[in-house]
Design a protein around this ligand. Sequence first.
Ligand code: ARG
Ligand code: GLU
Length: 720
Amino acid sequence: MKKLIVAFFVFISLTNVDLYAKEGMWVPLFLQQLNEAEMKKMGLNITAEDIYSISQASLKDAIVIFGRGCTGEVVSDQGLVLTNHHCGYGAIQNHSSIEHDYLTDGFWAMNRDEELSNPGLSVTFLVEMREVTDSVLLDVTDEMEEADRQQLIDKNIKKIIADEPVVEGNNVIVKPFFSGNRYILFVYDVFTDVRLVGAPPSNIGKFGGDTDNWMWPRHTGDFSVFRIYADSNNRPAKYSADNIPYTPKKHLSISLKGANKDDFTFIFGYPGTTKEYLPSDEIRLITQVENPVRIKLRTLRLNKMKAAQNSDPKVRIQYAGKVASIANSWKRWQGENKGIKRLDAIAVKQKLEKNIQSWVDADENRKAKYDNLIPSFRKLYADMTPLRLKYQYYREAGMGIEIISFASRFTRLINLVNDEKVDADKIKKASESLKEYSTGFYKNYVVAIDKQVAADLLREFADAYPSAELPEALQDIQLKYKSDFAAFSAKMMRKSLFTDQSAIEAIINNPDKKAMKKIAKDPAFILAKSFIDYGNKINEEIKDLEYQSVALRRNYMKLQMEYDSDKVFYPDANFTMRIAYGFVDDYKPRDAVKYEFFTTLDGIMDKEDPEIYDYVVEEKLKELHSTKDYGRYADADGTIHVGFTASNHTTGGNSGSPIFNADGHLIGINFDRNWEGTMSDLMYDPNQCRNISIDIRYCLFIIDKFAGAGHLVDEMTLIE
Ligand code: ARG
Ligand code: GLU
């Protein structure tokens, strides 16, 4: 353990800071020790303490987890929050109907009373983070069985959390870093009264749609505006008309100076998952086994959904969110596969493994500790690969059928109702939560689409394996319907109660044994149940391998740090607050092509095509463009800058992250990565990997000039 800490705190040699990208998502807690000197050398004008402090207000106090998977930032002393349009999408969609189509038309609250509440949406502030490795690993030894080790760790973590002072509204968690070599505790404040303040129309907020998604050059105005409300003590509180706008410890200052080539930038946010330190086998499994199958299965789903959307405006709204999220990973996996191939990443990792193995072999002590490690991965992945692939079929084909994934939620209720010992209160809670879920489900569910999707996915699943290896219900369909999955699917939809909202709600409202019998006999439920059993079986088989894998990964991480002891390592992303830094930068996507680092409103007009949904431009925006009514939001070059690229290392979860200049002033909102760089979750390439941000001046221009909501800009702190 000691050694590891030493390796982690080795100081950076400051002689050769390159003016290129800087790989890494750094833990703010260690910014001063590990990064401050380098950041300053690269151009930072403020201190690590200005960025992250627990003794005084710092930038970190203006950064939030937005919802469950995005980042947001506070930009006024009245709790105004900026995030991406695609992060606020669910909320905007929920308030949308054919009559009030905020997705299409945009929405702007012209006063506080018009701001819209969003049950289920939260905004989470980090209060503090603290390393707790020693307490988590108390009494843990290298000799322990992995399962025992995990049990002890869980127990230790429980105690650490229990020992924290209880504060209403707080949430305390402990997360592993460096594959379980270190642990950090986080205290969060969770605010649940978060109201929608503004969103541009989709042809601004989602301009370019899924066509441009993950790509540069980009012209998406991907932002939306919310406000946090608190009780009269400025503390988190459930929605109430009496709540008042939250007064933050800190709100960001916004620079109108723009992003210029080679400017130092840093980005703050909650990156979700990266796998930078896993062996070549994992990259092969992801890119050659899992990705191709999930891409294929999602293509089938998307084709059916999009066709239905194109022929019915109501369906377009209903399926907007689902399609966006299915298409998003679907496209990323494709980019990731390309990038991994171009980098020859598997060979690169194999070479590293060979070098590490030779280094291990050269020393008896190391040999004693690590000799078997890398070969063990080979064996592990050989065993794990077929299971992980099956799991993908379970998730993407089985649970990719909407009615199946919905029906699968009823297993818990059935178990509770049929269990004599369970008290009524538990059943009531379960049925209430199902009821809430079911309302949302039926609002956006179209049987005709799901029927086609089911036929396609079941066929793919069945074709992938010999009969005996399939979920039992699928084997039955093969027999009874002679593998005519379309016929089965049509019949299932005709017979199933799950296509009938009122029948299902009647059951949820009165979940007695008789009702549960009805569900248990339902064809959609029977299929769902069979898939769940199948998934559980895979999980059971994978569990042992997972334990092995957890241990191997932990030791391999440690080994890599010992092997490369001069390098300063950053931990893989785990949806905790991180800082990445780099420069505003252009890049060369391929031979003979160079991409400029910024896009402009002129580019939007170039892309305009009234015939193509993704490229429609509003009259109002065209008018502002033709009269050049840009106000103070224009760049020094006289145009409106829309987006820009920079070399900050980011991933999913960094959506909505603030991007700062050297003075710590907000210059943009991160919302994407470039196509050529999407493999950065597995291997980062400083030449190709860029994060894509919306220029903050474009947001302000849209709010002020386009939407006429200048009162919101008046709330903000602008630096001219
Ligand atoms: N690719 C971005 C991210 O991973 C944006 C996704 C939303 N946009 C979309 N067209 N689906 O979240
Ligand atoms: N759009 C992504 C998100 O929702 C960020 C892009 C990325 O993966 O880097 O977090």
